[in-house]
Design a protein around this ligand. Structure first.
Ligand code: IMP
Ligand code: MG
Length: 178
């Protein structure tokens, strides 16, 4: 991308922490109501999802199980390589279970599409998708996001788990790099 590691990038707060918290509670309420009487397995897509995932799971008012999956797609920059492979699989058997796949941000949709197809091939009872951020304008693969936090038009986002070349995940707000 031509960005030098030594260039200090400007970050502007796009979604402050308190707005994230309100939205996460709202998503948790919807999921708890839709899955009342059930015990879904929430599957977090590592690594970016970690803070969102923890906040979401702890805000649910229903019992749940958690597991994680990891795919490699983006390298260390802002450009997608296009090729996706499974780097870490779930460990709980998913056959016959209600799954909620939790993602930080959906961009082209390649990652989520690949992972959901993979999980569906193991015959779970149901698969729903929850994403904190939907960057719909770059979508290449159609993905039905059942629970969506924020729709963002453009820009590269960091913070609250999101990284740029593994940096800035620790920021409490969601920021846009300018
Ligand atoms: P997709 O396969 O193009 O939908 O890309 C999804 C993955 O790319 C997400 O899980 C993120 O890890 C990463 N990604 C996409 N857009 C951003 C962004 O704006 N900031 C940080 N990571 C992003
Ligand atoms: Mg990710």
């Amino acid at each position: 991308m031509g960005f030098s590691e030594f260039v200090i990038m400007e970050k502007r707060v796009l979604i402050p922490r308190h707005e994230i918290q309100i939205k996460v509670k709202d998503l948790a309420r919807q999921i708890s109501s839709d899955f009342a009487g059930k015990e879904p397995i929430l599957i977090g897509i590592l690594n970016g999802v970690v803070f969102f995932f923890a906040d979401l799971v702890m805000s649910l008012s229903i019992p749940s199980k958690i597991d994680f999956i990891r795919a490699s797609s983006y390298g260390s920059s802002k450009a997608s390589s296009g090729a996706i492979k499974l780097v870490k699989d779930v460990e709980i058997p998913v056959r016959g279970q209600d799954l909620i796949v939790v993602e930080d941000i959906v961009d082209t949709g390649l990652t989520l599409n690949y992972l959901v197809k993979n999980l569906k091939s193991r015959e779970p009872a149901s698969v729903k998708i929850c994403a904190l951020i939907d960057k719909a304008e770059r979508r290449e693969n159609e993905v039905k996001i059942d629970y969506c936090g924020f729709r963002v038009q453009e820009g590269f986002l960091v913070g609250y788990g999101l990284d740029y070349a593994e940096k800035y995940r620790y920021l409490p707000d969601i920021c846009v790099i300018e």
